[in-house]
Design a protein around this ligand. Structure first.
Ligand code: NAP
Length: 343
């Protein structure tokens, strides 16, 4: 059986605080290019790996959530795109391009093939977009906006982490829906992108504002109808004081709280009552029946030039830990992807 080198990124052990590159390590091993006897699955050569904030949760001991913690000493797992090298699963054949949960390594033996999706390669759309615009983050934007926010034309919409994988699409869908859209992000470059590439009406750098409550009042003198929350913490607290009557808050993520030693309290929840605001957390994975309609809708919008997408591509498996860690200090400009091997 032919053996080839297989670099892997291992998770070293449970962490507290902000993730560091040294929480992961590179191992150089080998892999046989044949599925071992008695195993059903697909051997995949990984092409692109996705860096996603939820992976930080899996690095916590006793992580009690919708997905189990990583095992110390094992290969990191995440969304990826790869090409099937060998398969004894009738649904996949060598050469198929697939997306789904894979390992942070050059080759992965994937046994739970029911979670893999075959990708219809379309030369008008970059393949890696199946991890961003047309993948989990894009789907999160789609279901979060249409299913959770109940948008109406003319609504005033605020999006945090607006230049990221999820946020950039939320803002553009809201614009196409006829809403007034303001985004917050952590650098001038991102603020410029929001205004000039993604067509937001306004954007601000939350790190440079003295008081977020008054900043939001400046952009939303009549209040916010929809707040799409990607960050939690002080931004959520300030938005609560700026909501309009019957406003909606979609709690998508709380990246500002992922790595703090003690979670910051939210003080302004009582504002929900007089304003009759609905605040709802959601998981994209509860809405997967909508995935085909999302794929059609967002692919068409992209091909018609009605939406743009920005990804931040790093090259080489070795750099994946740095790319992942960068999410927590806003180093990524757009969807963070790592290219492991050529398409
Ligand atoms: P992303 O925005 O591409 O990357 C994370 C961004 O968060 C960074 O670039 C940074 O941008 C911002 N950030 C980091 N630390 C921050 C802090 N302390 N305060 C404020 N902003 C901070 O990530 P994404 O993939 O689009 O995910 C966005 C959110 O959606 C995350 O909270 C994620 O967990 C959540 N999510 C939820 C679901 C779901 O099903 N509910 C699915 C996918 C993602 P700045 O430079 O702007 O600070």
């Amino acid at each position: 059986m032919k053996e080839v080198k297989n670099k892997q990124i291992l998770f070293r052990g449970f962490i507290t605080g902000v993730p560091k590159e040294t929480d992961m390590e590179l191992r150089e091993g080998t892999v046989g290019l044949k599925i071992p006897e008695g195993i059903k699955g697909a051997l995949v050569k990984n092409i692109y790996l996705s860096c996603d904030p939820y992976m930080r949760g899996r690095m916590r001991e006793n992580y009690d959530s919708y997905i189990p913690p990583f095992s110390p000493g094992s290969v990191l797992k995440g969304f990826g795109i790869g090409r099937v090298v060998e398969s004894n699963d009738e649904f996949f054949k060598p050469g198929d391009v697939v997306s789904g949960f894979t390992g942070w390594e050059e080759y992965s033996l994937i046994e739970n093939t029911e979670q893999l999706k075959k990708i219809e390669v379309d030369e008008k759309i970059p393949l890696s977009y199946h991890l961003g615009l047309l993948g989990m983050p894009g789907f999160t934007a789609y279901v979060g906006f249409y299913e959770i926010c109940s948008p109406k034309k003319g609504d005033r919409v605020f999006v945090s982490a607006a230049c990221g994988a999820v946020g950039q699409l939320v803002g553009q869908l809201a614009k196409l829906h006829g809403c007034y859209v303001v985004g917050s992000a952590g650098t001038k470059q991102k603020v410029d992108l929001l205004m000039n590439k993604f067509g937001f009406d306004e954007a601000f750098n939350y790190k440079e504002e003295k008081g977020l409550v008054s900043t939001m009042r400046r952009y939303f003198p009549e209040g916010i109808d929809i707040y799409f929350d990607n960050v939690g913490g002080p931004t959520l607290d300030a938005a609560l004081l700026n909501m309009r009557i019957n406003g909606r808050i979609a709690i998508c993520g709380m990246i500002s709280q992922h790595s703090v030693s003690s979670v910051e309290g939210i003080h302004n929840l009582s504002a929900l009552i007089p304003k009759r605001v609905k605040m709802q957390g959601f998981l994209q994975s509860d809405h997967l029946h909508l995935f085909p309609q999302f794929l059609d809708c967002v692919s068409d919008l992209y091909k018609q030039g009605k939406i743009a997408y920005l990804e931040d591509m790093h090259h080489g498996l070795e750099i994946a830990p740095k790319a992942f860690v960068g999410l927590f200090s806003g180093q990524n400009v757009g969807k963070q992807v790592v290219c492991v091997s050529p398409e």
